[in-house]
Design a protein around this ligand. Structure first.
Ligand code: PEP
Ligand code: MG
Length: 593
């Protein structure tokens, strides 16, 4: 690197959502930057022609999106497909189209201006929506509008690159369609103002194994195309115009990270068995069937959590039993996987099927979601249950019910499961001969009655994402509260330990599928609790397995005991962090937190 020393060095902190270090030049991507001319039509006779121009641009946009979709289907980056579906739906939305046409007619303005006004209107409407997730969806309308504007301007070129240099993309946010425009082979990292762990940027970056930091708030204000920049997806830091020594330090960190990654991958398939022979079964969490090959390549032994709700969100109509079945068939019975855990849909809250109007709830996270929604919408639920039974005929399948907070819920879910089994048997369908039933333990009430729930199920899966949210009263999607979101909080440790102990007393297995399971800083603590299984994102698998292989159950129990003796979360974190860094210097050498 050859930094321009006249420029100020700036260090920005965001959320590291894809590990690794990227060092390079910025490509400042701003889809709304296109130069559009806005003008009044000087004669009403021009109105029909302007409307026609707008309609042609809409058609052209749809045509392009369908083309992007076709190309995407040929690549391994298939996750954005559903968002492109949403973009096509917006293009067909009568309100969007009619509002723009009315703008042209009433205000006698050109199509570009009319599109801009429609977008402004939607931005105003969405700004008032309380729900973060829904409010964030305005970015889809923004993206679609930009595409129409580009087509109105006759900009057909899909690629945004000026030259062939590899770049770090800095943007407010990145939509799946943007990523396709980007020639991903020229991208070495991402840094965005918006986004969190589950944003499109994060998903694509992890998929492509590119370092990414999101949620930087206002990085787009500080950087220009051509600026030198470091993206540290491990610690969530971005350095703009680094000093030479800084660049050098990060070059080393980058090398260490890729060496460590290659090293991890070499042994990824070795089992996670401690030196003193305690075995933990390591699985992957997936949201799309396309993730299975990466899961296996990174050493996952089973699918510990298949979040099936995306099957609903991804389409206009409700999925049929056949749609479910075909989807699960691609998961169940995959060679190299011991079993697949299919979690029944966790819809409601902030996730709704496209066909269903979201009900505005004041507290969606505590609303009619997951099992509560399933038990209300029994027919939707039963079509999923039937498909799981049928797919289960082809390989070991476990069913997992989310958000259980009472014995009644699990009893009712089981009753419906049995009812569907009998119906399928009567129809002579080929179904699983047996099915392990699990309850997600993610509501504090479920922890308290875990002994009673254990009598009803074959296994527990601890969902720490929600368990922490509900026990510490921290909205997991509120960026301002991330400093309080602490898996090593003494309350969380006690809750998790109590679930594991209760499960074992009842003779059932216990897994963890929340993010905590894939956090290497927590691995020894979880080992000390004697969890049977841990399920995580694929990138975390090799590292967690390696830490377990180099540990002793005995030492992890001592660490846990010590951790449980502290009163304050900060004390636990400090102690565990120091212990882990000292005990696994190579594993944690890249962490500066
Ligand atoms: C959890 O809550 O920890 C979990 C794994 O479920 P989700 O993140 O899908 O709510
Ligand atoms: Mg959950």
């Amino acid at each position: 690197m050859n930094p321009d020393q006249t420029k100020k060095t700036l260090v920005l902190r965001g959320v590291g959502v894809s590990p690794g270090v990227a060092i390079g030049r910025v490509y400042r991507f701003n889809p709304l930057d296109s130069q559009v001319s806005l003008y009044k039509l000087n004669s009403p006779s021009l109105i029909p022609g302007e409307i026609l121009r707008f309609k042609k641009a809409v058609k052209e946009s749809e045509h392009q999106l369908l083309g992007i979709q076709r190309n995407l289907k040929k690549t391994k980056v298939t996750e954005p497909l559903y968002v492109i579906d949403v973009h096509i739906l917006i293009l067909k939305d009568k309100k969007f189209i009619n509002r723009t046409i009315k703008n042209i007619q009433r205000l006698k303005i050109n199509a570009e201006w009319a599109v801009r006004l429609t977008l402004d209107r939607y931005e105003q409407i969405f700004e008032k929506v309380e729900d973060n997730y829904i409010r964030g969806r305005v970015s889809d309308i923004r993206n679609v509008s930009q595409r129409i504007l580009s087509n109105l301007a006759g900009k057909k070129k899909e690629s945004v690159w000026v030259n062939d240099e590899k770049v770090i993309v800095v943007a407010q946010d990145i939509s799946p369609a943007n990523t396709v425009q980007m020639k991903l082979d020229k991208v070495i990292g991402f840094a965005t103002d918006a986004g969190g762990r589950t944003s499109h940027t994060a998903i694509v970056a992890r998929d492509m194994e590119l370092p990414a930091v999101v949620g930087l708030d206002n990085i787009t204000r500080f950087v220009r195309t051509g600026d030198e920049i470091i993206v540290d997806g491990i610690s969530g830091l971005v350095v703009v115009n680094p000093y030479p020594e800084m660049s050098q330090r990060y070059e080393e960190k980058k090398l260490l990270h890729s060496a460590a990654r290659d090293e991890y991958l070499k042994d990824a398939k070795s089992p996670a068995i401690t030196i003193d022979r305690y075995a933990v079964n390591i699985g992957c969490n997936i949201e799309f069937v396309e993730e299975i090959p990466s899961a296996i390549a990174h050493g996952a032994e089973h699918i510990g959590l298949y979040r099936t709700e995306f099957i609903y969100i991804n389409r206009q109509e409700l999925p049929t039993e056949e749609d479910h079945y075909e989807n699960y068939r691609q998961v169940v019975g995959t060679k190299d996987l011991l079993w697949s855990t299919i979690r029944t849909f966790d819809l409601g809250g902030d996730k709704f099927p496209s066909s269903q109007k979201p009900v505005k709830e004041l507290n969606p996270q505590m609303g009619l979601r997951a099992i509560r929604f399933c038990l209300k919408e029994v027919e939707i639920f039963k079509s999923q249950l039937r498909a799981i039974w049928r797919a289960g005929a082809y390989g070991k399948t476990r069913i997992l019910f989310p958000m259980i907070s009472s014995v009644e819920e699990i009893v009712e879910a089981k009753r419906l499961l049995e009812e569907t089994r009998k119906e399928l048997m009567a129809q002579g369908e080929n179904i699983a001969s047996e099915m392990e039933i699990g309850a997600m333990i993610e509501v504090p009430a479920a922890v308290v009655i875990a002994d009673k729930l254990a009598r009803e199920v074959d296994f527990f899966s601890i969902g720490t994402n929600d368990l922490i949210q509900y026990s510490l009263a921290i909205d997991r999607s509120n960026e301002r509260l991330t400093y309080l979101y602490e898996p090593l909080h003494p309350a969380v440790l006690k809750l998790v330990k109590s679930v594991v102990d209760t499960a074992h007393e009842a003779g059932i297995r216990v897994s963890m599928c929340g993010e905590m399971a894939g956090d290497p800083m927590c691995t020894l603590i979880l080992l000390g609790m004697e969890l049977d299984e841990l399920s995580m994102n694929h990138l975390a698998v090799p590292r967690i397995k390696k830490i377990i292989r180099e540990s002793k159950l005995e030492e992890s129990k001592l660490l846990l005991e010590k951790a449980l003796s502290f009163n304050m979360a900060s004390e636990v974190r400090e102690y565990v962090q120091n212990y882990m860094k000292e005990r696994f210097p190579v594993e944690f050498q890249n962490e500066n937190d």
